[in-house]
Design a binder for this molecule. Sequence first.
Ligand SMILES: [Zn+2]
Length: 122
Amino acid sequence: MKTCPNCNNPINGRSDKVFCDDYCKSSFHYKKNKATEQSFFEQVQKQLKLNRKILKQFNKAGKATVRKEELISEGFNPKFFTHYWKNKKGDVYLFCFEFGFLSINDNGKDKYLLIQWQSYMN
Ligand SMILES: [Zn+2]
C-alpha cells in the first residue's frame, strides 16, 4: 500500500497517484521549498560569520595585507559579504560586518588589503 508523502495516509485509486489530493501535493511542495529557503539562509549566515572571524583574525592592527590563498585556505569566501564602501579613488571595499577587504595585486601576487569599518564610511 502506497502512502501520501504529506500526510502518510494510504493512497486509494490510481496507482500513479503520489499524493492523496491537490491540497497534500501543494502543502508538501510548500514545506519542501520552505526548508530549502531556511537552509540557504543558514548557509549564508554561517559563511558570513566565518568570513568575519577570518578577517578579524588576520586584521589585528586595524589594517593588514594578506595573500588571498591564506584566507581562502581558512575557509574565507569573498562572494559573501554584508555591504561595501567606495573610497574617493573608486576602490570598492567589501565588508563582512565591521571587517573589510579589497582585492589588490602586489608584485603579481593576489592579495587582500584588510581594513576595519570607520564611522566616516557611512
Ligand atoms: Zn495526503
